[in-house]
Design a protein. Structure first.
Length: 382
């Protein structure tokens, strides 16, 4: 029949019935159109795969890149290490110099406190009004064990005393003073303590001072008779002799350490005695110059420094210049490190006071400090 092809179970698309199967006929076992959809999806998937972006490939650093990175890292590490080493070396130098400066200031402060009060005799204006004082040529006034010379401790007329470039051969020499620095000065300070002692200690030298009457030296505890407790005071006598030794308590066999030392007057149950004490290790030189006033008493410029002289100057001889008075003390300290420093050589020349020393050429750091100290008590020169 011309009406269709239902009897044959086939479906015709597009053309007239000719009794032949058209070329575009599709045999389907399922519902119409499903197979066509599947084929379309497969084709679309293939097209998408072919036209999509290519897959990325994971890759490491090349040899050149790795070499450049290592070179940059090594350069930065070298720079950081150099900065660290230089900073550490600078810190060591700064710390060493700071320690030397601190030690020098400590020694200067110790000397200043003592020197400033030289010639202080309590209620008495000067030493000439103190009975019992004596000089080296006088008979022994007091028995002082290990005294540095006859009447060394009670030679009150010389509140500031000493020697230039050398420690004198005195009776108080011991282990450290036998090793005294041959070119360093010695400084002796004599005075009394600022505060009076209401109960003098046994075996200690004192000055009983009083207003408008003569004072007196005595050994405690017994105060000399004739003094009123309301009008007199007992002050402990202080005598200190500073010098530099080439030895110290921290010296080693391969490293002798110099020191600033003091011969100081003490006392006890066995009576007055001079002992040797260490002030500061590391000090290898002490130089002294005295500021003197040569104007006559009562002159407008009395009390001002006219010039600085060394111990032994004729200006300090009271027989030649009776009006000369010591009003100031200028001192220099050269402080040395206690241990040598690796990689350092001291190539500096040292010129100060009357010293002119070429470079030591060793591995010890040094510092030179100076201070001028004015005396509060104007007195005759020594």
């Amino acid at each position: 029949m011309r009406g269709g092809s239902a009897a044959t179970g086939r479906e015709s698309f597009g053309g007239p019935a000719t009794g032949m199967e058209p070329a575009s006929t599709v045999t389907a076992s399922g519902p119409p159109g499903r197979r066509g959809e599947a084929c379309g999806a497969t084709a679309a998937s293939r097209m998408k795969t072919a036209s999509g972006p290519p897959r990325t490939r994971s890759a490491g650093l090349t040899l050149i890149e790795l070499t450049v990175a290592l070179a940059i890292g090594a350069f930065l590490l070298l720079g950081a290490t150099t900065v660290f080493v230089q900073s550490r070396a600078t810190f060591r130098v700064t710390e060493s110099m700071s320690r030397l400066q601190e030690n020098a200031v400590f020694a200067l402060d110790r000397l200043q406190a003592d020197i400033r009060m030289a010639g202080y005799w309590g209620l008495n204006a000067n030493s000439t009004s103190v009975a019992g004082r004596a000089g080296p040529g006088d008979p022994t006034a007091f028995t002082v064990r290990s005294d540095c010379a006859n009447n060394w401790s009670v030679n009150l007329d010389f509140a500031i005393d000493g020697s230039n470039n050398g420690f004198p051969a005195v009776a108080c020499s011991g282990r450290y003073s036998r090793a005294a620095q041959p070119f360093a000065d010695m400084l002796v300070v004599r005075r009394v303590a600022v505060d009076p002692d209401p109960r003098p200690d046994r075996g200690v030298l004192y000055v009983q001072s009083a207003h408008f009457e003569e004072g007196s030296l005595f050994v405690g505890p017994n105060v000399p008779a004739g003094y009123s407790a309301a009008a007199s005071q007992a002050h402990r006598l202080i005598v200190n002799g500073y010098y530099v030794s080439r030895d110290s308590t921290i010296s080693e066999a391969d490293n002798p350490v110099p020191s600033l030392r003091v011969k100081t007057l003490t006392g006890g149950s066995r009576g007055p005695r001079v002992v040797d004490q260490e002030v500061l290790p590391g000090v290898e030189d002490l130089q002294i110059r005295l500021g003197v006033d040569t104007d006559s008493p009562g002159s407008p410029n009395r009390g001002l420094v006219d010039r600085y002289v060394d111990f032994g100057s004729p200006l300090l001889d009271p027989a030649l210049y009776p009006d000369t008075a010591i009003v100031a003390v200028r001192l220099w300290l050269r402080v040395r490190a206690e241990r040598p420093e690796a990689g350092f050589v001291d190539l500096a020349d040292y010129e100060y006071a009357d010293r002119n020393e070429s470079a030591p050429g060793d591995r010890f750091r040094r510092v030179v400090v100076s201070r001028t100290i004015y005396l509060r008590n104007l007195g005759p020169a020594s």
